[in-house]
Design a protein. Structure first.
Length: 131
């Protein structure tokens, strides 16, 4: 039985200047899984594990979407999403702790609740990027 070939950047129309995602996830078990799912879907991914790294990269590089966890060791992913939106970037927030934040604060962003299925994540990102 022949396995399906993975989606390539060429097939998805992704090049080095499009569909770049900054992934902000501090969990060493979750981060690699999210990164793998996004890479397999053809996205360019830059994974960092802290708010400070994310803020630094937002100042230095260009991304098409910021995918951030809410609970980070040195900050809040909602603040990262706010900073991204202020720069005209799209943001998607993921969390397993939605109940710890005011509904009004979470309602300002597109939120996915953990655990996340890879197909659900990729679909949500594609809808936000219009791909």
């Amino acid at each position: 039985m022949q396995s399906a070939s993975p989606i390539t950047f060429r097939e998805r129309g992704v090049d080095e200047h499009h569909n770049r995602i900054l992934l902000v996830e501090d969990d060493p078990d979750v981060g690699p899984l999210l990164e793998h799912a996004l890479l397999q879907a053809g996205f360019k991914v830059h994974w960092v594990s802290s708010a400070s790294e994310a803020k630094e990269l937002l100042d230095e590089r260009t991304y098409d979407l910021i995918l951030t966890d809410v609970m980070l060791p040195d900050g809040n992913g909602l603040d990262i999403a706010d900073a991204a939106k202020a720069r005209g970037l799209k943001a998607l927030v993921i969390t397993g702790y939605a109940f710890q934040f005011p509904k009004e604060r979470l309602a300002q962003h597109d939120v996915l609740l953990k655990p996340i299925r890879p197909g659900e994540l990729v679909g949500a990102i594609e809808r936000r990027l219009g791909t």
